[in-house]
Design a protein around this ligand. Structure first.
Ligand code: GDP
Length: 208
C-alpha cells in the first residue's frame, strides 16, 4: 500500500475563502502552513476546476470580484492547509507597469514561498503550452517545484484526440524531469477530479 493510500485524504468540500494577498508579506504565516497554488491563463477553466474540486458553485468567484483579480486568493481547507488561486492576468485591462509589478510578485511567490508544496497549472486542452504557461514553468523550475498540469475542457475533444493531446504535452514537459505530471480534466463532466484530489493529498496531507 502506498503511503498516501494509508492516510485519509482531505475533504476539499470544506474549503472556504480565507484571505487575499497582493504581496508575500500579506500571505498567511508559512511556518505551520502547507498550500497548493492554481495558476492558468484567463479562461483556462481555473475557477470552474476549483469549484468542482470544492463541490461549490461560487467559491472561486471571489477571484473574479473586481479588485481581487490581481491578488493571491487563499482558500482554507482545514486550519493551515490552503488552496491558493493565483491570477492569470490574461485579459486583465491593467497598465503594463502594473502587469510587470504583478509578475514580479507572482515570480517571488513561486520561488520563495516556503509553504508551497506544488503547483497546479491549468491549460485549455485545445491551446496548451502558451507563453504564459512556459513562463510559469520556468519560474517553478529553479526551485524544483512539483508541477501538476490539468488539461482542461477535455470534453471538447473526442476521447482519441484528448489522449493524443495528453501524450503530446507529456512529451513536451519531459524536459522538466520527474516532478511533472499531466492529466485530463473536465469540470463540465466532472472528469479527473479524483486524480486531482489524490495529487493534492500527496502534497498537503502530513505534517508541515
Ligand atoms: P478561468 O478564467 O480560468 O477561471 O475560467 P472559467 O472557469 O471561468 O471558465 C472559462 C469558460 O470556460 C467558462 O465559459 C466555462 O463555462 C468554460 N469551461 C470551464 N471548464 C469547462 C469544461 O470542463 N468544459 C467546458 N466545455 N467548458 C468549460
Amino acid at each position: 500500500m502506498s503511503p498516501t493510500a494509508s492516510r485519509p485524504g482531505l475533504d476539499y468540500h470544506q474549503s472556504h475563502y480565507f484571505i487575499s494577498a497582493s504581496t508575500l508579506a500579506q500571505c498567511p504565516a508559512p511556518e505551520q502552513a502547507r498550500e497548493v497554488a492554481f495558476v492558468g491563463r484567463s479562461n483556462a477553466g481555473k475557477s470552474s476546476a476549483i469549484n468542482v474540486l470544492a463541490g461549490q458553485t461560487r467559491l472561486a468567484r471571489t477571484s473574479k470580484t473586481p479588485g481581487r483579480t490581481q491578488l493571491m486568493n487563499f482558500f482554507e481547507i482545514i486550519p493551515h492547509r490552503y488552496l491558493v488561486d493565483l491570477p492569470g492576468f490574461g485579459y486583465a485591462k491593467v497598465p503594463d507597469a502594473v502587469k510587470v509589478q504583478w509578475q514580479k510578485q507572482l515570480e517571488r511567490y513561486l520561488q520563495e514561498r516556503e509553504s508551497l508544496q506544488g503547483l497546479v497549472l491549468l491549460m485549455d486542452i485545445r491551446h496548451p503550452c502558451k507563453d504564459f504557461d512556459l513562463m510559469v514553468m520556468d519560474w517553478a523550475q529553479p526551485s524544483r517545484m512539483p508541477l501538476h498540469v490539468l488539461l482542461t475542457k477535455a470534453d471538447k475533444l473526442t476521447y482519441g484526440a484528448a489522449r493524443s493531446a495528453l501524450l503530446g504535452v507529456q512529451k513536451q514537459l519531459a524536459v522538466y524531469g520527474g516532478s511533472v505530471s499531466v492529466q485530463l480534466f473536465s469540470s463540465l463532466k466532472r472528469e479527473g477530479v479524483d486524480e486531482l484530489r489524490l495529487k493534492l493529498d500527496e502534497w498537503l496531507v502530513g505534517d508541515a
